[in-house]
Design a protein around this ligand. Structure first.
Ligand SMILES: [Zn+2]
Length: 383
């Protein structure tokens, strides 16, 4: 079955890291990091939420492109990032002169949320106010560790702060389980699609009692159960049916997908523990692998993971699939073949996956792999 969430790394794995997450049948998209992006305007216009890991240039310099593209359109973009992000978005906006935009009929707003270790706060910047910050929610305490930052009808985004020498945020998108109609079952029972199916789904999502009656729509010639004979006996509409019966006959539950984006973190025990917990049983983990294990000292200095550590996180979390990105440019220069270089990263990560998965296997008590045992090749935080 084709997934509804479509995630893709925007650039070449040696380029600026970013993940574009769109949804089938929908015109909106999420963007994780906004550096120099090889993303067309059509895709960029779909973006409603930008989730920033941190504001090193390779993750943030594309903000101006988004701003320029959206100016003059009626739109609100939610931006999430680590502490300081409100001030930094404000600084980007205040770098330009805005003596005319307050008159624009279509208002562009950036709703910026800082994700702290134990607090969160949101400010809004609106073109109507020449992008001066308008406070929306004062800082409020949140539970530390992994916490939800966005909840809609059909998905939840959770985040966890990590250490990259500066604070850095990793994100997980989890789709809500969905009720689906089975077209074969619909036809078999002589029903036809129509607005009543929307009402049926709504009733099920709302948890209405199975005895509630629903009026289905039938195909021409539909006969109510038990009806026999008579060439002109086609019923205009089938008889009402109970919600419970329709649920059992026509629907199935499709589990939601989960996508995880983790980049720019030092290979410390605590970071690795948090990352593995965030990615627990994810359908697809996108994770940085900046250096190879041979360069672990350098990785420590730069506050980045090695491919082996990235693999370990994938293995320990039980992620079903993983994609590596953010390879250091030093390997691009050192090796003639980019594909060969990538293969080296994946081979090293595969070793880490096996090591991480072995640890997960030994940790299947109550709570499963919620707290994987410490990664044996983590590094203390570099000074
Ligand atoms: Zn980076």
């Amino acid at each position: 079955m084709r997934p509804d969430l479509i995630a893709r790394i925007v650039n070449d794995p040696f380029g600026d890291p970013a993940l574009f997450l769109s949804r089938r049948f929908e015109k909106t998209a999420f963007l994780f990091d906004i550096g120099d992006l090889s993303l067309g305007s059509r895709d960029l216009l779909k973006v409603t939420h930008v989730f920033l890991s941190h504001t090193h240039m390779d993750h943030f310099c594309g903000f101006d492109r988004l701003l320029r593209l959206l100016l003059g359109r009626e739109k609100t973009v939610a931006v999430y990032g680590p502490p300081g992000i409100i001030q930094q978005v404000g600084a980007r906006l205040s770098a330009y002169s805005w003596n005319l935009v307050h008159r624009y009929r279509d208002v562009l707003r950036f709703r910026v949320t800082e994700i702290g270790e134990t607090t969160s706060r949101t400010h809004v910047f609106s073109s109507r106010l020449s992008f001066k910050a308008e406070e929306e929610m004062r800082g409020h305490a949140v539970s530390g560790g992994i916490r939800p930052i966005l909840e809609t009808e059909d998905l939840t985004v959770t985040a966890v702060p990590l250490d990259h020498g500066i604070p850095c945020i990793a994100y997980r998108v989890t789709e809500t389980a969905r009720i689906q109609i089975r077209p074969d079952a619909l036809a078999r029972h002589g029903y036809v699609p129509g607005p009543w199916l929307g009402k049926l789904k709504q009733a099920l999502y709302a948890g209405r009692p199975g005895t509630d009656m629903i009026q289905p729509a039938g195909s021409p010639g539909h006969r109510a159960a038990g009806e026999t004979g008579g060439h002109a006996a086609a019923a205009e509409s089938p008889p009402p049916c109970s919600l419970g019966k329709l649920r059992d006959r026509l629907t199935k539950i499709r589990p939601g997908q989960s996508i995880v984006y983790i980049t720019d973190l030092a290979g410390t025990r605590e970071n690795i523990r948090r990352a593995a917990a965030l990615a627990r049983n994810a359908d697809h983990l996108f994770i940085e692998a900046v250096f190879l294990e041979a360069d672990q000292k350098h990785a420590g200095k730069k506050h980045h993971l090695t491919a082996r550590q990235a693999g370990w996180i994938a293995g320990a979390s039980g992620a079903k699939r993983y994609t590596l990105f953010h390879f250091s440019a030093r390997y691009e220069k050192m090796n003639p073949g980019r594909e060969e270089t990538q293969a080296v990263f994946y081979a090293e990560a595969a070793r880490g996956v096996a090591e991480g998965a072995a640890k997960r296997g030994r940790n299947t008590g109550p709570g499963g792999n919620a707290a994987p045992v410490p990664c044996p090749f983590s590094y203390p935080a570099a000074v």
